[in-house]
Design a binder for this molecule. Sequence first.
Ligand SMILES: C[S@@+](CC[C@H](N)C(=O)[O-])C[C@H]1O[C@@H](n2cnc3c(N)ncnc32)[C@H](O)[C@@H]1O
Length: 348
Amino acid sequence: MSADEEPAPDPASIIRLATSYWESQCFLTANRLGGFEALGDGPKPADEVARALALSPRPTRLLLKACVGLELLLEDERGFRNHPSAQVFLVPGGVAYLGNAVRYGDDMWTPWTALAAALREGTPRVATETYTGDDPEKTRNFVYGMHNRAMGIGMALVGMLDLSGRQHLLDVGGGPGTYAALLTRANPGLRATVIDLPEVAALADEILTEMGAREQVEPLAGDYRETPWPTGIDAVLISGVFHRETEDTCREFIARAREALAPGGLLAVADVFTDAGGATPVFAALFGLNMMLSAPDGGVHADADVAQWLEDAGFRSVDRRPFPPPMPHRVVTGVVARVGTGADAGVR
Ligand SMILES: C[S@@+](CC[C@H](N)C(=O)[O-])C[C@H]1O[C@@H](n2cnc3c(N)ncnc32)[C@H](O)[C@@H]1O
């Protein structure tokens, strides 16, 4: 396209970006105050919702109307009711409940308001330990939020990793252990060890027991940098960990996985990754800022770089693939060569 044919600059996206946070704050507040739960058993007029949540009626009506506009709620002569997706994902008790994961977004609101200070000082705005032990309520929200999300994302991962015939999976920074539980359930004969920090491992124990997976999955409480990783294993999963670590640490973890794996062993690194260049997809670029605000080395890596690090460490059949939409995750896999035979792909 020549300069003459270029479309005229349009302020629409600039104006929209100036107010996009109104939408998030409306949604996060409705979720935090229990709005979707209050409507879980059917339609209610605004005054009744306000009474149930001990809120002022006029502002509550404004919030409910905005939620209709955001397609979170529907309205008719009986009052307001949950949109079908809000009913499935935002009312506590359902298997697809995402309210805890949404609460994590809410917890990160205050750090985001201090983005300028983080940029000036080069340090996170929240101590990462808040979510991994120091604050019991936030840790519980975080771990159960990871669990809720992993129930969906893990089902996709089960379809993407071929672990048939494998016997021992190590899940590094495996949080609630949900992926390990789903992967062992889908691959009879597979057992798993999940390394995570002590307070998180204690919650993983609780979640694995609820999932009936405690016999197959062993939580191992410890720091993944210092705790020796089991050896002679045939699969390593490192999911959602690289976004809080530097390139050097990621390369160190890849080398440790290589040492821990027997010949033919599979390493899978899953995370939110950017394309080469780091600016797209925009969700991944923003996710890098979110991680910078919450972990000292937090950020985002490109999957092409991670694939290169696996190759540099001697992994073979290195592959990278996106999770099915709308999940923003991608997985990079590599295999330790069997002597004299090359490598197996180990992915579906
Ligand atoms: C974003 S979560 C990923 C959890 C899970 N693997 C997933 O993909 O959903 C990062 C995990 O790393 C754990 N973690 C952070 N620092 C750690 C450390 N030094 N040692 C062990 N685990 C750590 C956190 O407790 C958390 O469970």
